[in-house]
Ligand binder design. Structure first.
Ligand SMILES: *Cc1c(COP(=O)(O)O)cnc(C)c1O
Length: 500
């Protein structure tokens, strides 16, 4: 029986609400408002009216004036426009910028780009709870600081930044201030017009709207602090020229109106489900709530499970759609830089899962997810370093393996990204049984398990079956992970060294 996996990845994206899809469909065909909103005829005016209404709906959700909303393709573009646009427009006043290490990539990368253009960036590291202290922020500001950025809510942990205090510090010092609200909008009440914020980024697809549309909030009077990144027809106050995509904007507006209506009920409901999930996971023991003890979004729960590799855990949970803090399947094998910045060890950062709950999440889904995670964590912990249950039974000695000598060898550190230990039960010159323990990605685990089978019956001289290269081919291990398989070879070599 295979049913659809339980979706607990609403922080990655959300499904489009059917009412939103309906509103979008009304702006596409000849029967609908398909006109160019810049045209002065009736078709154009109908589309322009739709867009004006949507602009009002977006503005209302975030506590802004409709005139402050600049439509873009999403939060990535909005972050780029605010950061590159404000830094370059003010470069003659100063070339120093301030931000946090735990921002979204679409904030980090424009700042890195500006470093290449000769700007100097101060990268702040949050405290163990995930927040930048206003005092630390104030200390980073200089006479030549022209721009600072701090996200409203973090996408991995849900931790809220102290935007009111830090925005106020910027305003006092005449520093332009940008905040990435992609995760916060529609999840908690926002009143941008009452905050010391110059620019803010939004995206529709995190709040049940379509992908490919978002907005940049530009405070009344802050337009002059920005320079455009593209040039064209003058739309969106010349900050984002190009024909406005009526259907996308109408979908974004409808999603915002719906979010505003649902927020008072959905916030508490989702927070209660998140607490229910955490209580079930906490009962497993040796689990850590990332961002505990500070204000967070209601729908995000980020948990580290000691001794269990996040990607291996996801691999063991086919019935669950969640994200892990490690990026095993991407080019970089880096553990979450957000969790590392919070002071988690490499292994704990790599042992994390992000559960994000949303509008369709039910209590029975939460219970089923918690039960599945518990089973998988217990199973993987039985294979992992330092776990008491690891001795004895995991791929345990087969009954009747008979007497023999135990030979063990390991490679990698227990604090490192990969750690593996082989234990061989040998008799004379022959391996009778082999077993392993590891903290490693799913590919490494799979090859280790296969090796244990292949080692049985091998002689000391021919202990290592093939080369890591051949193992990689056999198990379709991506090239960038070959280095991890070398750890397996190292551990087998260590066994040989102890086999006397
Ligand atoms: C999703 C997200 C973005 C990027 O938004 P897109 O519209 O997908 O480009 C930026 N910042 C944060 C915090 C996000 O969660």
């Amino acid at each position: 029986m295979s049913s659809a996996p339980i979706y607990l990845d609403y922080a990655a994206t959300t499904p489009v609400d059917p009412q939103v899809a309906q509103a979008m469909a009304e702006c596409l065909t000849a029967a609908g408002d398909f006109g160019n909103p810049s045209s002065v005829h009736a078709y154009g005016r109908a589309a322009a009216e739709r867009i004006a209404r949507a602009r009002g709906q977006v503005a209302a959700l975030v506590g802004a004036r409709p005139a402050d909303v600049v439509f873009t393709s999403g939060a990535t573009e909005s972050n780029n426009l605010a950061i590159l646009g404000a830094a370059r427009a003010n470069a003659d006043r100063g070339r120093h910028l301030v931000t946090s290490r735990t921002e979204h990539k679409s904030v980090l990368d424009p700042f890195r780009r500006l470093e290449k253009e000769g700007f100097e960036v101060t990268w702040l590291t949050p405290g163990p709870e995930g927040r930048i202290e206003p005092r630390a922020f104030a200390a980073a500001l200089r006479a030549d600081t022209v721009l600072a950025a701090l996200m409203y809510a973090n996408n991995e942990t849900g931790v809220l930044g102290d935007v009111p205090a830090i925005g106020a510090l910027c305003r006092e010092r005449g520093v332009a201030f940008h905040t990435d609200c992609a995760q916060a909008a529609g999840k908690i009440p926002l009143a941008l017009g009452e905050l010391p914020v110059d620019f803010a980024a939004f995206t529709a697809h995190k709040l049940y709207g379509p992908k490919g549309i978002g907005a940049l909030y530009v405070r009344d009077g802050a337009r002059g602090l920005l320079q455009a990144l593209s040039y064209g027809g003058g739309q969106e106050r010349s900050l984002r020229p190009g024909t406005l995509p009526t259907h996308q904007i109408v979908g974004f507006g409808a999603a915002c109106a719906l979010a505003a209506r649902e927020l008072p009920g959905e916030g508490p409901r989702i927070r209660a489900l998140r607490e229910r999930l955490w209580q079930a996971l906490e009962a497993l023991g040796d689990t850590y709530l990332n961002g505990a003890g500070t204000e967070r979004l209601p729908g995000i729960l980020n948990v580290s499970f000691a001794g269990v590799h996040g990607e291996s855990l996801i691999g063991a949970l086919p019935g669950l759609a969640v994200s892990s803090g490690s990026a095993c399947n991407s080019q970089s094998a880096e553990p979450s830089y957000v969790l590392r910045a919070l002071g988690r060890s490499t292994q704990l950062a790599q042992s994390s899962l992000r559960f994000s709950l949303g509008r369709c999440t039910t209590a029975s889904e939460v219970d089923a997810a918690a039960a599945a995670v518990s089973v998988a964590v217990q199973r993987l912990r039985a294979l992992s370093p330092g776990s008491p249950s690891a001795r004895g039974h995991r791929n345990g000695w087969a009954a009747g393996a008979g007497p023999g000598t135990l030979v063990a060898g390991e490679a990698g550190g227990q604090g490192e990204e990969t750690w593996v230990r082989f234990e061989l039960l040998v008799s004379g010159d022959t391996v009778k049984e082999a077993r392993f323990q590891a903290f490693a990605c799913p590919h490494t685990m799979e090859v280790a398990a296969w090796l244990c089978g292949a080692l049985r019956g091998r002689s000391r001289r021919a202990l290592v079956p093939g080369t890591p290269d051949a193992w990689a081919k056999e198990h379709a291990v991506p090239a960038e992970k070959l280095g991890r398989l070398l750890r397996l070879e190292d551990a087998l070599s260590a066994c040989l060294a102890h086999w006397t």
